[in-house]
Design a binder for this molecule. Structure first.
Ligand SMILES: [Zn+2]
Length: 172
């Protein structure tokens, strides 16, 4: 029996140059979806939305100033050190230590279901201080200086902001 095999992508490849081929292949290998906001050159802008989009791909990314090398996480469009506007995204390891923390018992309404929960500032190994929820730990074990590592929520919150969230947990 003669069977026509389904070839859903064949039309995409017909006029594809090498670069287009590459893009198409990436998309069909179930890469995480990409909703990045790009500049006119196609570069990923250093916005908070793009920062969380990287989190959706389970990556902690910072913005490194191309002029003086200062690293910001979350990213900033302007370097705090030299006011330079050139940045490049760099992936961070996601390891840090707890710099300070508090346990929230009376949260804002959108976080009611999570209470009580711990929030803190994590000093990343690469330098920047990142605010975060601290999870998977008994509050009595929370101490300034404990080693932490990043993890990412699998579910996206239903309320604004509907961004995938990161959190820190004790390092294993
Ligand atoms: Zn700079």
């Amino acid at each position: 029996m003669l069977v026509d095999l389904p070839q859903p992508e064949s039309s995409i490849f017909t006029n594809a140059g090498t670069s287009q081929l590459k893009t198409t292949t990436t998309m069909t290998t179930h890469e995480p979806k990409s909703d990045f906001i790009l500049d006119e050159e196609g570069k990923i802008l250093p916005t908070i939305e793009n920062f969380y989009q990287h989190c959706a791909n389970r990556k902690l990314m910072g913005a490194k100033c191309t002029k003086c090398g200062t690293l910001a996480c979350p990213p900033r469009g302007i370097c705090q050190q030299c006011l330079g506007t050139g940045i490049e995204w760099v992936q961070l390891k996601g390891d840090g230590v707890l710099l300070t923390y508090t346990v929230i018992h009376f949260p804002p309404t959108q976080f009611l279901s999570l209470a009580p929960y711990a929030v803190g500032i994590v000093k990343l190994e690469e330098g920047p201080n990142l605010p975060a929820m601290i999870k998977n730990v008994n509050f009595e074990h929370l101490k300034i200086g404990i080693p932490l590592q990043i993890d990412f929520e699998t579910a996206v919150p239903e309320e604004w902001p509907k961004w995938p969230r990161y959190f820190f947990k004790p390092r294993t």
